[in-house]
Design a protein around this ligand. Structure first.
Ligand code: ATP
Length: 202
């Protein structure tokens, strides 16, 4: 196994890069997807969240209504800390287990982690960190155009994150995604070649 930690700010194009790497044969373990799965009925965060936040967070089918959960959790710092304390460890464990299942294979594993931090290098096997970067104005434009964010919300979400400089400081490779999809495809091709070059035996 060779493992890449993939991160980037909101709207940078992480998912687009991850998809192009999967097309080329990589395995993807995506923290956003795992985060959705752990709160599903039967998932490890489901009962603890009900105990903490009550049945108001349930939809009629007894699944957790993510918007209702966000509404109560973002209402106070304590509630948000509790939400994170319940979900983050089980997301981490699940990602570690999925990665471990591939440990003895020759898979190229992409760990897509929006909030990748130095600590992840200690809790998971991460051989290289790749940061997808783009100018703030480009990210705002994508969020407004493709995600229907009001512009103010897009700017607020970006401002709440770590800065581009802080993120790229952690990078072994920075993929600049500031143009169109053809340019992105070419940039991923160059990333693919770099991975092959740095991968032991690659
Ligand atoms: P989030 O943190 O919200 O998950 P992300 O970094 O995963 O964001 P994507 O979902 O990959 O970002 O990209 C945001 C939007 O911009 C998507 O609709 C995607 O298709 C589009 N996009 C990404 N890169 C480009 C590009 N180079 N040209 C055109 N559209 C792009």
């Amino acid at each position: 196994m060779f493992s890449i930690g993939l991160t980037g700010g909101i709207g940078s194009g992480k998912s687009a890069v991850a998809d192009l790497l999967v097309e080329r044969g990589a395995w993807l373990i995506d923290a956003d997807i795992v985060a959705r799965e752990v709160v599903e009925p039967g998932g490890p965060a489901y009962e603890p969240l009900l105990e903490r936040f009550g049945t108001d967070i349930l939809a009629v089918d007894r699944s957790i209504d993510r918007q209702a959960l966000a509404d109560v959790a973002f209402a106070s710092p304590e509630a948000l800390a509790d939400l994170n304390a319940i979900t983050h460890p089980v997301i981490g464990i699940e990602m570690i287990e999925r990665q471990r299942a591939l440990a003895e294979t020759d898979a190229l594993v992409i760990l897509a982690i929006p909030l990748l931090r130095a600590i992840h290098r200690e809790t998971m096997v991460i051989d290289r960190v790749v940061v997808v970067d783009c100018p703030t104005e480009v990210a705002v434009d994508r969020l407004v155009t493709y995600r229907a964010f009001p512009e103010g919300d897009a700017r607020a979400r970006i401002a709440a994150q770590i800065t581009r400089e802080e993120r790229t400081a952690e990078a072994d490779y920075v993929l600049l995604n500031d143009a169109g999809l053809d340019e992105l495809e070419a940039a991923v091709e160059r990333l693919w070649d770099w991975i092959a070059a740095v991968r032991p035996g690659g």
